[in-house]
Write a protein that binds this ligand. Sequence first.
Ligand SMILES: Nc1nc2c(ncn2[C@@H]2O[C@H](COP(=O)(O)OP(=O)(O)OP(=O)(O)O)[C@@H](O)[C@H]2O)c(=O)[nH]1
Ligand SMILES: [Mg+2]
Ligand SMILES: [Zn+2]
Length: 289
Amino acid sequence: MMLRGLVTLLEANRPTVVTESGVEYLCYLRGKVRRQSGRILVGDQVELEPTEGREAIITRVLPRQLQLVRPPVANLTGIFACFSLSHPAGSLELLDKRLVIAALSGIAVEIVVTKSDLAESPVILEDMVQLYRSIGYRVWVMSVKTAVGVAPWLATNRAGIWVLTGESGVGKSSLLHAVIPQTVIETADLSRIGRGQQTTRWVRLLKIRDFFLADTPGYTALETEVAHAHDIESQFFEWEDARCRFPNCLHRGEPGCAVREGVANGTYASSRYRSYCVMMDQWVKRWGV
Ligand SMILES: Nc1nc2c(ncn2[C@@H]2O[C@H](COP(=O)(O)OP(=O)(O)OP(=O)(O)O)[C@@H](O)[C@H]2O)c(=O)[nH]1
Ligand SMILES: [Mg+2]
Ligand SMILES: [Zn+2]
C-alpha cells in the first residue's frame, strides 16, 4: 500500500509523516532514497509504505516546489512576520527586510502585530498599521493576553505551510499555544525516540484548519539570493508612481529623485526609506557592485 504524506518533523533523522487522511507515521528513509534526494526537510512531500503499527518506509521524496537557504523548510507557502511595538520594541528595518525577502523568494507574507495590549501609544500603533496596509500588506493586530484579534486571524482561509517569524520575545510561541490545543503540542513535544526525553527541534509543523503552522525560535533570518538591486527597489510598492528624472533611479542621491523628495516632504515614510538604504548597502557589500 503506497501512501502520500507531508514531513512534519525530523527527530534523530527519523521523519514523522502525516498522510492526507491525517494519520501520523514514524518513518525510515530508504538508503537509496536518501542518496537520490539528499537531506530530507520538514515540508517535503513523500510517498511511504506502512510497515507495522504506525511505522513506515519513505520510498520517494517528491520534487520540491521551493526551498530557501533559511529557514530549512521545503515548500514554504508563507510567513507571518511578527512584530511588536514594545516589550520588545521591534525593528522596522528587520520587518521591512523580511517583507522584501519573502516576496523575492516567492512566498506570501502577512504582518502580525503582537502584544497590542502593551502598546504604549494607540496612535503609533494605528499609524504603523495604516502605513503597511496602505502599501498593500495584510496586517493583523492582536494580543494573546486579551485574545483580541486572534480569532479573525485564525478564521482566514489559508493553505500550505506557514511559519511564524520574528524577534525573540515577540510572542510567536504564545500565539501558537493560543491556537493549538495544549494536548496536541505536548504530545508532539514528547520525543518518541530515545526513551522519551525532550528534544529541542528546529521546526515542527502543526495542523491548523487547512494549513500547517510552525514556530521558529528566536529571530530567524530569511535568506535568499537577490540578483538585482532593482529587485529590492521594486518591493517598495509605495514608490511605484514616483517619477524620478532617471527611469532607473535607485534613489540614493541621483538628481531629480522623486522618492527622496517624497521622503523629505512626508509623502513617503522615512522608516521605509531607511530600511531600503540599509538593504541596498548590504546588497552592495555582498555582491560587490
Ligand atoms: N502582555 C502580553 N504578553 C505577551 C503576549 N504574547 C506573549 N506575551 C509574553 O511575552 C513573552 C515572550 O513570548 P514568547 O511567545 O515566548 O515569544 P517568542 O516569540 O516565542 O520568543 P522566542 O521563542 O525567544 O523567539 C512571554 O512572557 C509571553 O507571556 C501578549 O499578547 N500580551
Ligand atoms: Mg518561542
Ligand atoms: Zn529616485
